[in-house]
Structures are given as C-alpha cells and as structure tokens.
Ligand binder design. Structure first.
Ligand code: KIV
Ligand code: ZN
Length: 385
C-alpha cells in the first residue's frame, strides 16, 4: 500500500469552541489546554480572536509564549484593524498563522454586509494582500461557503490564493450541507480553480444536522488535507466537527490512506479536561469519548463481546486511553455477562448454581438500574451458593 497522506489537524476548541455561552475560559485555563493540545499532536491551534476582547488578545499572547511546536493561529475579519491586532498578539509565536475571511454566500453578502459580490471580492483580496506584510502563512475562510454559489466561491478562492493565501477553509458555517454536497463542493474547487495546488484545502463543518464529521470526511475524500474541529465537538449551536471522531475514523479505515499525527491514547484524558474546565458535560452516548462508547449492555452483545471483542467493537478502548471496555450489568444482561463478572470477583459456579443466582439477579436488576460488584457479592451471600 502507498504511504498514507497526512491530514493536518486544526484545533479550534479555544476559539470556535470557546464561543459557546458558559464555556468561557480564563487565560491560564486556555494555556493549560493549549499545552495538552500540543501534547496530543495537533498541527495548528486556533488560540482566539484577538480583536474581540482584551482577554482573548492576552490568551493568544500567552499561548504563543508557552506552546512551541504547533502553528498558533489567530482569527480576524477581513479588516485592517483585526489583522494588525492578530499580528501583535502573535509576535511571540514560533510559528504563526493568520485566519482571515469574509462572507461568501449571497445571504451573507446581502443580509450581513449589505454589499455586492464585487465589493466583497475586493475586500477579501485587499485583506490577504495587507496580511502578507506580516504573515507567510495565511488561511482564508469564505464564511458560509456551504451555501455560497459554486462559481463565485471558485472565483473568490482563486483570487485570494493569487493574493497570497496558503490555506483555504471551506466553512460550512451553518451546518447546512449533506456529505455528498460538501464533498462535491471540495471536488469542484480542485476541478475549477487553476491555482488550487498552491494552497491546502481545509474543511470546517458545523453540526446543525448532525453531519459535521460525515461532511468533513467527505471533504477529505475529495482532496482536502486539513480538518478543523474541537475536542468533544463543542462549538457554536450544535457544535463543530469532533476531532476525536475524525482521527479515529481515519484510523478505523486504513483504506482511506489518510493519517494524522494525533497520539490517540491521550484523547480521553483531554476530553475529560475540556469537559470539566468548560463546564460542558459529554453526552453518555457520544462517539469515542462518551461514557457508554465502550460499554456493552444487552445480553446478546455482551455474550458476543465476551466470545470475541471484534464482534461488537471496531475500536480498541486502549487506543483512546481507556483501560478497558465495560460490561454493564442491567436487566438486559444475560448469563454470559453475569458469569464473566462473577469470575472476575473470584467465583466459579456450576450451571445450576448460576441459574439460581441469575433469577435473583434479574429480580434485583429490574428494581435497580445498574448492578455493581457489591450487589453481586450480596446476592451470592444471600443465596448461600
Ligand atoms: O464557522 C465559521 O464560518 C467560522 C469561521 C470563522 C471560519 O468559524
Ligand atoms: Zn465555525
């Protein structure tokens, strides 16, 4: 098999993720997460939107001082003052990137900017040209690219690349796209934009229809080589693409021939830290990092899993930093799971003894939602088996 192509991981937990009400972090907390993101292996950290507040400015400054390997990126609008502020905030960064852009859909052009396509194009090009004064690495986002006219989007991309943009971020700002639509959007850029080979195409998807990960993967399958997202998928409204989902999807599907530099064993620990510091619980059934992601609860699944984990697991829990999978003992559990848990507690019973305990186990499990080891020990004692 040919060598895998690298997908760059652009983390925006501290910018798009932190925009969520209630998720705000102070500078020390942001630096702590940024250091962990560096350790996780992300390639780019979007550290903030410096012109938005003194706190955000300061966070970009401190992250730039404390994080050395990844590129540190600051967000701006296509405005001189924003770009100046981003430049100053990044002065200590070892490797820096500006992320600038402007609305590309007719909805944004008309109802957000009350402008025209021509004027917006001029502003986009002028911003990138201005930014070249300070930056070699310039990422441009046509905002709401997900709903932009195909030909206009291609023209905008061509012009900003000519002006000096090195990364093009196709933002599905409203999470409107379906996977095939979004993939075709990326493919179209490779077919229509003559200078597209001068830039890396990035995917930035929101999860309004629950499709952020699927859309991002579709973009990657159509030529994008950078993916933007957040830990735990936090972000505006229904959130951003979950970095952990993308990374594990690429690992679970080696035939895609795409890989990342993420140290997957560090995923769970960072997920927990982000959840705690941002005060944002992770839903139990969230892919990869939810409490139930590696828990087996129905009798049929438990039996199959105990025979061979491959029957019901596509990811090894150790790969994301968990000690093991778990078998939840509930009224839906079968004899195989009960026998297994009893054996871990040091008990070995005959078939008939196990049957007696199983009947009592089900009675108790119908009353209590989840049974623990103490419950089993008590059952064994009470039944005197
Ligand atoms: O969703 C979006 O359009 C954004 C841009 C600032 C990239 O977050
Ligand atoms: Zn976004």
């Amino acid at each position: 098999m040919s060598k895998k192509e690298k997908v760059y991981i652009f983390d925006t937990t501290l910018r798009d993720g932190e925009q969520v009400p209630g998720c705000q972090l102070n500078t020390d907390e942001k630096v702590e997460i940024a250091i962990d993101l560096e350790d996780l292996g992300v390639d780019i950290i979007e550290a903030g939107f410096p012109i938005s507040s003194p706190g955000d400015f300061n966070s970009v400054v401190e992250i730039s001082k404390n994080v050395k390997r990844p590129i540190i990126c600051a967000l701006s609008r296509a405005l001189v003052d924003d770009i100046n502020m981003a430049h100053v905030s990044l002065k200590n960064a070892q490797r820096k990137r500006l992320h600038t852009g402007i609305g590309a859909s007719d909805i944004h052009i008309k109802h957000k900017f009350n402008s025209t396509r021509e004027k917006i194009l001029d502003q986009a090009v002028a911003a990138v040209k201005y930014a070249r004064k300070y930056f070699d690495d310039i990422e441009f986002y046509p905002e709401d690219a997900g709903r932009a006219d195909t030909d206009f989007l291609a023209l905008m991309v061509e012009k900003v690349i000519n002006a000096g943009a090195t990364v093009i971020n196709i933002a599905d700002t409203t999470g409107y796209n379906l996977p095939e639509m979004y993939g075709n959007k990326i493919k179209n850029l490779f077919n229509k934009v003559p200078n597209i080979d001068k830039a890396i195409v990035s995917v930035h998807c929101h999860n309004d229809l629950g499709l952020a990960t699927a859309n991002s993967l579709s973009g990657l399958q159509n030529g994008a080589r950078q993916v933007e997202g957040t830990i735990n998928g936090i972000g505006e409204r229904a959130g951003n693409t979950s970095i952990e989902e993308i990374v594990m999807a690429l690992k679970a599907h080696p035939n895609l021939n795409l890989s990342t530099d993420i140290d997957t064993k560090k995923i769970i620990k960072l997920s927990k830290k982000v959840s705690k510091l941002m005060n944002m619980p992770v839903q139990r059934n969230k892919a990869i990092v939810g409490a139930n992601a590696f828990a087996h609860s129905s009798g049929i699944h438990q039996d199959g899993f105990l025979k061979n984990r491959d029957n019901y697991e596509i990811i090894n829990p150790e790969d994301v930093g968990l000690d093991s999978s778990s078998i939840d003992l509930t009224a839906r559990s079968g004899r195989a799971a009960l026998k297994h848990r009893l054996s871990l507690l040091g008990y070995a019973f005959s078939k008939i003894e196990l049957e007696t305990i199983y009947v009592k186990f089900i009675e108790l499990a119908d009353k209590k939602k989840l049974l623990h080891d103490e419950d089993l020990t008590q059952l064994v004692k009470e039944k005197n088996v």
